[in-house]
Write a protein that binds this ligand. Sequence first.
Ligand SMILES: [Zn+2]
Length: 121
Amino acid sequence: MAMEAAIIAHGAGCNFLAFLAYLKPEEDVKMFFSAGLGGLVLYFLPSIIGRNKRNAGAIFLLNFFLGWTVVGWIVAMVWACSENPPVHYVPVAPGGLFCTACGHPAAGPARFCASCGRVLY
Ligand SMILES: [Zn+2]
């Protein structure tokens, strides 16, 4: 079975998989990959939590590049859990209000932006 997996992996051009399958019994290979996936999820947890944030891209970059330093990971996590910057309707022309998040014009006094759905403060 390990041999078959090695051949399949080799056929797919993944020499690393073939190498693992040759060296270790199948169960160990499964363990290796499930542990790796769990570690990956844990490593990118700040990005997963902050994926709907306005700064989701910046949180991901911090997580990706500095997550391996524990401090970078903690900063990304705190950032991901923090509040979004407040969103307002701002007047830019007489009689016209615009959402600061998406620029959609406001329709009268509103608690939520009609376009992006963000809570207005
Ligand atoms: Zn908006």
